[in-house]
Every structure is written in C-alpha cells, then in structure tokens.
Ligand binder design. Structure first.
Ligand SMILES: [Zn+2]
Length: 129
C-alpha cells in the first residue's frame, strides 16, 4: 500500500526549488504545526500545503477521481484526509497563520504561477503589518 501522505513529491520539490530561486527562505515539514505543513514562512506566518490531487481530493480535478484501485476501499480514507485537512487549516488560522493549499496539478501545469500565489500571500501580509 502506498503511504497516504507522500513527502517530497516531484511537484513539491519543483515549487520549493522555484521559491528558493526567488530568494525566499522557509522551513519544510514543520511537525510542530497542525498538519505538518510542507512549506512554512515562520516570520510571516504563512503555511503552505502541497496536496496530491488524489489523496486530498482536489475538487473538480480529473486526478481526484482517477479510478486507482477500488473506490470502496479508498473512499472513507480519502474523506478522512479531507476532513483532517479542514481541521488543520482551521487550527492554523486560529494560530494566526495564512494557509495556502497548492495542488500538485497546478504546480505541474504552471510552477511560475504557483510561485506568484505564494509571493503575493507573503507580500499581502507585509502590507497589513
Ligand atoms: Zn488537481
């Protein structure tokens, strides 16, 4: 069985490398925060999850409904993942974090665009300080 939550997936690495190139520095897989966000900008309190479209059920995404193994087995597990994601997001927000969820298909389609989403979240925070 594959692990539900895969780390260091290709899209995640793509995004991390691109952010690094932009001169941005961050921490990864921060286990002290709810849900262990994949990328965290601590000083600006921005937490980012890079989510696999199947495991986290990207709404309206083709990957989310890909008929991988049998639906009866996976469905409850996937629903639990989605519930957990919501919970983690809520906890992070209550701790003052801005939470971004970036889907793997978005990064694969347009990494530069995903980078802009992150950059604008970071600068938005700045404007409000
Ligand atoms: Zn997707």
């Amino acid at each position: 069985m594959r692990r539900i939550r895969s780390r260091d997936t290709k899209p995640e690495l793509l995004l991390r490398r691109a952010l690094h190139k932009r001169g941005l520095r961050y921490r990864i897989h921060v286990s002290t925060l709810p849900g262990k966000p994949d990328i965290v900008f601590n000083s600006r309190r921005v937490a980012i999850f890079v989510h696999g479209c199947f495991w986290h059920q990207h709404l309206g995404c083709r990957e989310a409904s890909s008929p991988r193994s049998n639906g009866k087995y996976w469905k409850p597990k996937l629903l639990r993942n989605v519930e957990r994601d919501h919970l983690h997001t809520e906890k992070l927000i209550s701790e003052g974090y801005t939470v971004l969820t970036i889907w793997e298909c978005e990064i694969e389609k347009d990494t530069a665009c995903a980078v802009e989403v992150v950059v604008s979240a970071l600068s938005h925070f700045h404007e409000n300080v």
